[in-house]
Design a protein around this ligand. Sequence first.
Ligand code: GUN
Length: 314
Amino acid sequence: MHIEGTVARRLDGTAVGEAIRASLRPRIEAFTAAAGRPPGLGIVLAGNDAGSEIYVRNKVKACHAIGIDVDLQRLPREASLGEVMAIVDRFNTSETYDGILVQSPLPAGMGRDAERQVFDAIDPAKDVDGFTPVNVGRLVQNRPALAPGTPSGVIALLDRAQIPIQGARAVVIGRSDIVGKPMAMLLLHRHATVTICHSRTADLPAVAATADILVAAIGRPGFVTREFVKPGATVIDIGATQVTDRDQIVSLFGADSPRLEVLARRGATQVGDVHPDVASVAGALTPSPGGVGPLTIAMLLSNTVRAAEMRRGA
Ligand code: GUN
């Protein structure tokens, strides 16, 4: 329970991510010794979305650091859907690439249906994002082989922080295929009572304020304010928008925030969906950056190792 005047407990994704990575190292060594090659991940990055550039850079770095081989295929913003499909085909039939990741979003010029077509084409056995229809179906039936990284990372974080899920009221704000919906399924399978909210939910703050576990996954910086949060609730911030507007940073974090220095140095700073004031109401809170992001990457590594092991029949 929250005591007035305290600050929410900080749920540190970096530390939990490190623990997950440590548990993967012996498996990667064993796989590499048995297969005569390391696990391999093929990545497609099309276009120059600011968030995607950072995610993919971090994913590649994390793979190299742990001994997973990466083939990063970059395409320009003007590339065709056919070019993406050709790379996916090559990764599907590759002996040495166990996992395939096509970074979302694809450039708008590829058409509205492009992402669906690409995810339909990925071999489910190599689908380390858990985005193919087969793996989505398996997730809904609670027999996942490869489940999406971000929501799986949230469950790992809640478990390590010993935050009870069973019987809790969980509210997920956001209904995307890659975060909101799988998050709701994973919470449901752990016996939470789950509500999914979205842009047309009536009286969103009041619904959110029923939550013991509130998950924000909408990509709107600082949208979730104090009125959305029941005192003492656990708040998980999946938002990770690259903000370039100095005024927006000042209005959210104040004129003496260290983030202004980050903005000046890098031209952008990552801001979550949860307003900084929520720290004085919530019982526990993930920071952004440093919360869910490192876990997404740890779960991607975990899924890549799992895919490699499954392909060898382990
Ligand atoms: N874009 C934002 N998050 C993700 C993710 O987890 N996987 C992929 N492929 N794209 C993303």
